[in-house]
Design a protein around this ligand. Structure first.
Ligand SMILES: C[S@@+](CC[C@H](N)C(=O)[O-])C[C@H]1O[C@@H](n2cnc3c(N)ncnc32)[C@H](O)[C@@H]1O
Length: 292
């Protein structure tokens, strides 16, 4: 879709695009005329907004659309401190956070999965958790609906929900914030304080699942291959841990194609864990957090 068509579908004037994306009016005019190409972030955002507007165009106006319109009418979408930290970081790392209303809309596209306790989500550029936090909240709502009345089950299925959330993030401060935000949501739901073993078990899981690294090279901050921990709840308070290399797992997508790096491998080789651990209870997971 051309820039002009995306802009009109999103309901933006040229001036609004200039304000929203903080670019000079002359630049927007050159995008409109087709003499320059806008960055992917601009076209993707406009196309997404256009699709959302279309979905919500009838009948009437939803609360989310009203919220969006209010933000849009007030001024630049990206003026909020929550959406950018600094211009330099936007330029260096493309660090523009997704606004909450848009996150919710996108998650609604896979609503069933977000509300399944053991569905796994990996956010390869997770920032401080704008997607992962609401995913966890949705999963915890499912835990509450199913196990809310039985404390043992509630605590363990909540931990299972947490173990199914994964993120990779390049910047150290963002991944620390992401871990803290996720732990906060988890602890608040279960009313945990820092003396609780479950609090430390969750902290240990987050230290493994939320990875400080580069999703493009699939290396962690120490230059080692990124490991994805597969957690399973095997009942009676025990969790099973197996580690897999991300670069090997992603090779699975081209597994069936000929002449790929992984074509000669059988699926049993791709699904061979780099490491397997004996089942662990919350107390054992918590102990690993204490030593870290
Ligand atoms: C556009 S922000 C989006 C953050 C979050 N996903 C959101 O929607 O709010 C992109 C994030 O990806 C991180 N990032 C950029 N390149 C990356 C890479 N190669 N691997 C992991 N994270 C990366 C940036 O540091 C930044 O926090």
């Amino acid at each position: 879709m051309s820039f002009s068509a995306s802009r009109i579908a999103a309901g933006f004037s040229l001036d609004q695009v200039s304000a929203e994306f903080r670019v000079p009016a002359a630049t927007v005019k050159s995008w409109e005329a087709g003499t320059e190409q806008p960055p992917a972030q601009v076209t993707n955002s406009l196309e997404m907004i256009g699709r959302m507007s279309l979905l919500e165009s009838s009948p009437g106006i939803s609360p989310r659309q009203a919220e969006f319109k209010a933000i849009r009418d007030e001024g630049p979408l990206f003026k909020s401190d929550k959406l950018i930290k600094s211009k330099q970081r936007v330029a260096d790392h493309g660090e523009v956070f997704t606004p909450p209303w848009l996150v919710e809309k996108m998650l609604d596209l896979v609503k069933g999965e977000t509300e399944r306790i053991d569905s796994r989500f990996l956010e390869p550029a997770c920032g401080s958790g704008n997607f992962l936090v609401p995913i966890l909240q949705r999963k915890l709502a499912a835990v509450e609906a199913k196990y809310g009345k039985v404390d043992f089950e509630k605590r363990h299925y909540a931990l299972l929900a947490l173990t199914c959330c994964y993120g990779i993030e390049l910047l150290a401060d963002n991944i620390s914030e992401c871990r803290a935000n996720m732990l906060d949501v988890f602890a608040q739901y279960l009313r945990l304080d820092e003396d609780d073993e479950l609090y430390h078990a969750a902290s240990h899981v987050l230290s493994l699942n939320l990875i400080h690294g580069d999703a493009m090279t699939m290396k962690d901050a120490d230059g080692e291959p990124i490991l994805i921990v597969e957690w399973g709840y095997i009942g009676k308070g025990k969790f099973q841990r197996r580690d897999f290399r991300l670069d090997v797992l992603t090779g699975m997508s081209s597994f069936r194609e000929e002449r790929t790096l992984f074509a000669h491998l059988g699926s049993h080789e791709i699904f061979k864990p780099a490491e397997s651990y004996p089942p662990m209870a919350v107390r054992e997971l918590a102990a690993l957090d204490m030593v870290a």
